[in-house]
Write a protein that binds this ligand. Structure first.
Ligand code: NAD
Length: 281
């Protein structure tokens, strides 16, 4: 079984991106800029944002975090986004989710100009992705896709099962696999026989949030299994896939932690650089 080492693949990607930033700096005499807006002081968000900033600096991006208290008015956030939309030195804008209840998340997402939407959440980018056009792609599914391609470069005709239909993970993952000519089944909480669906799959991507939902006898021999789930349990952090059982059948499997997580941040940097490059044309 191949253990898909997300940490290592992400480190390689960051190295490539660092090289690319250096070349862009020589060519354009400027580097891509990423601004992250952080509202409130929720611990997980603080950690994510700190890691994003650290990785951005590591590859040579211009990086900035703008912090607001959780009492900030929605209007203040929207005005700041407008200002960043018009700032030529900023290539990518990310508003860390979740936001406090009094702030309309969708309004915030739609205020970010699509060409700087490094999370790929703007409806324009969602539409472009599903139409097969160039767009920013949500970072987590993009990271999953890059790892799958490392194991199997030619996905044409493969049967893929995506477990979970969130806008963040399941739906964009489905689009990426479709673009690669996979036959994709998207499953969710109302799916009648999830085990039977999974047993058909050459590729399984689990993004659910239920500890060890995908069992060993749900997985065909030689399947590639990507575990997006991050679940805190009494036994520590576990994914949506029963790792020990599934590792006996699968051809390749991501661990939790150390699989999808590190790729998510590396893909944010990639998206920022891609936004910069599209803006230079
Ligand atoms: P979500 O809650 O938005 O969506 C969960 C999906 O799972 C829903 O579509 C739901 O229909 C489906 N589902 C629920 N119960 C099910 C069942 N019994 N069988 C089949 N499908 C079922 O979750 P999300 O935001 O997509 O996140 C999913 C998991 O991925 C969470 O554990 C989250 O922490 C993790 N996550 C990890 C990263 C990362 O970087 N590794 C990033 C984002 C989310």
């Amino acid at each position: 079984m191949i253990l898909i080492d997300g940490k290592k693949i992400a480190a390689e990607l960051r190295e490539e991106l660092k090289q690319e930033v250096s070349e862009l700096k020589t060519k354009y005499n400027k580097v891509p800029g990423l601004t992250v807006i952080l509202v409130g002081d929720m611990a997980p968000s603080q950690i994510y944002v700190r890691n994003k900033e650290k990785s951005a600096n590591e590859v040579g991006l211009k990086s900035e975090v703008i912090k607001y208290p959780d009492t900030v008015e929605e209007k203040t956030i929207l005005e700041k986004i407008e200002e960043l939309n018009n700032d030529e030195s900023i290539s990518g804008i990310l508003v860390q989710l979740p936001l406090p209840k009094h702030i309309d998340k969708q309004k915030v997402i739609e205020t970010i100009i699509p060409s700087k939407d490094v999370d790929g959440f703007h409806p324009m980018n969602v539409g472009n992705l599903s139409s097969g056009y160039e767009s920013s792609v949500p970072c987590t599914p993009l990271g999953c896709y890059l790892m799958i391609k490392k194991i199997e470069p030619n996905l044409s005709g493969k049967k893929a099962v995506v477990v979970g239909r969130s806008n963040l993970n399941g739906k964009p993952m489905t689009q990426l696999l479709l673009k690669e000519n996979c036959t994709v089944t998207i499953t969710h909480s109302r799916t009648k026989d999830l085990k039977a669906e999974c047993l058909e799959a050459d590729i399984i991507v689990a993004a659910v949030g239920i500890p060890e939902l995908v069992k060993g006898d749900w997985v065909k021999k030689d399947a590639i299994v990507i575990d997006v789930g991050i679940n805190k349990t009494e036994n520590g952090l576990v994914g949506d896939v029963a790792f020990d059982e599934v590792s006996k059948n699968a051809k390749a499997l991501t661990p939790v932690p150390g699989g999808v997580g590190p790729m998510t941040i590396a893909c944010l940097l990639k998206n920022t650089i891609d936004c910069f490059k599209r803006a230079q044309i």
